[in-house]
Every structure is written in C-alpha cells, then in structure tokens.
Write a protein of this length. Structure first.
Ligand SMILES: O=C(O)c1ccccc1NCC(=O)[C@H](O)[C@H](O)COP(=O)(O)O
Length: 252
C-alpha cells in the first residue's frame, strides 16, 4: 500500500519522517492502566470522558506551546481529563518519547502514545498505556494490533471511513478512534463520527477524535455514541486546566 497517495503534503512529510525513524533496541513489556476503565469511571462520576492531548503544535495549528509537557499534563488532569494523549512525533508536532515517559511517571491516568507508527519495532520506543495505530497508514493492521497487545499496550485503532472501520474491526480492535479530521485534506467535519459510529458494535470503546472545540461539540459527540473524546487544540489554547474543566462539564 502506498499510504502517501492522495494525502495532503503535510501528511506526506509526516509519513516520510516516520519511515526514517528507527525502533527501540529491546522489546517492551508494559503493565498498562486501562483506558476503557478510565473513561467509564469518569462517566460514572459525572465527568465527560475526555482524553486530553499534550499537543505542542501541529501542521494545522498557529504557534506552539513550549511549556513543560509535564505541567501541561498536570493541568489537563487537574481540569478533569480521564486520560491523556501525548504526541511523541518530533518533527511536525513538537513531541518526544521523553515527554511521554515523564508524563506517565507523573500522572496516574492512562496515557496514549500519539504518533505515526509504521513498523512493529517502532512500538518499542517508549512505554505507554495505549498506542495509536492509524488504519490508513499501516500495511499489516492485524499484525500490529497483535504486536501491540503482546507488549501489553492497548491499541487504539484510528479510522476515518467505513472501509477503515471494517478493517479495524476485522483486525480485532477493541478501542476505535473515529477521526473527524480527514488526513487527505486536513479539514475537520464532526459528522464523520456521527456517520460511522452506528456501524461499530456495542462492545467496542469508541473515541471521537479531532475538532471538538466547545461544550456543544462535546455534547454532540456524546449523543452520537462517543465513549471518550480526544481533544488537543481546544485545550492547548490558553488556560489548559480551565479549558479542560469547561469541556469535562458539558451536558449531553
Ligand atoms: O492536528 C493536526 O493538525 C494533524 C495534522 C495532520 C495529521 C494529524 C493531525 N492531528 C492528529 C490528531 O489526531 C489530533 O491531534 C487529535 O485528534 C486532537 O485533535 P484536535 O482536538 O483537533 O487538536
């Protein structure tokens, strides 16, 4: 598969950089904190289950947060985030494996590694509770799902179309992220989640990703069946704890 076909230039560049990056020098073995359990626990105590993302910058963001990633992570948790996502992609998102490691050592909530993983050995770069696998960008999705689980990671398989959702389910994904951002054109449309969510089985943990900027957006994704909301830009813009608190308190 040529994953770069028909995608935005920024994505071509992200994938080229990902292909250049190596893997870890030993196979990891992780004792993961459960992401589905953390989302369910937040729901039970009346919080909107938000996975707050430490996202210093991105191809679609103006500017950059140069704050200490651990301070950003603590602010997300103080604001009520049920879990965290930490970018480890260095070239286009300002992330790093070190940042993830420090965050995970500091907080007690589950931490998702957010990167463009293309090959099995790239799973061995840093410990995390969950790892993102983007259906569109891997050749052997089922193989990577197994490889992630063998190391103790919970794979979160990201999809953007019905065909990718079917591939994710066929690969045995138990946590599926429906990305409202089209990685071919980089535009965001919340109706993507609404259209795909009904096709996922009940027992799959469904995460709505990208473009959630307001309490209304959060409520809309929840009504459409999201078990969790992955939110980056809207939380990074300004006072992180206050932004998170506002979203976590959104009613359906
Ligand atoms: O966020 C981007 O600009 C971006 C560009 C190219 C590929 C991926 C990109 N984002 C990855 C993500 O999935 C988001 O960081 C995540 O869903 C949070 O989205 P948002 O709340 O819209 O920042």
């Amino acid at each position: 598969m040529n994953a770069s076909e028909g995608v935005a230039p920024a994505i071509e560049s992200i994938l080229a950089a990902a292909d250049e990056r190596g893997g870890g020098d030993r196979r990891l073995s992780v004792a993961a904190r459960s992401l589905p359990a953390a989302l369910a626990a937040a729901e039970e105590d009346g919080r909107v289950p938000v996975i707050g993302e430490v996202k210093p910058t991105s191809p679609t963001t103006d500017g950059r947060r140069d704050d200490d990633p651990v301070a950003l992570a603590e602010a997300l948790v103080d604001g009520g985030a049920a879990a965290l996502s930490v970018l480890t992609e260095p070239d286009h998102f300002g992330g790093s494996p070190d940042a993830l490691q420090q965050v995970r050592e500091t907080v007690s909530v589950p931490v998702l590694r957010k990167d463009f993983i293309r090959r099995e050995e790239q799973l061995d770069i840093v410990e995390a509770d969950a790892v993102l696998l983007i259906a569109r960008f891997v050749d052997d999705l089922a193989g990577l799902v197994i490889a992630a689980r063998e190391r103790g990671f919970q794979p979160l398989v990201e999809v953007h179309s019905r065909a990718e959702l079917d591939d994710a389910l066929a690969a045995g994904a138990g946590i599926v992220g429906i990305n409202n951002r089209d990685l071919a054109r980089l535009d965001v449309d919340l109706s993507t989640f609404e259209e795909l969510a009904p096709h996922a089985p009940e027992d799959v943990t469904l995460v709505a990703e990208s473009g959630i900027a307001s309490r209304d957006d959060a409520a809309r994704m929840r009504r459409a069946g999201a078990d969790g909301l992955l939110v980056g830009s809207a939380l990074m813009d300004g006072d992180v704890a206050a932004n998170t608190e506002r979203l976590v308190g959104a009613k359906r």
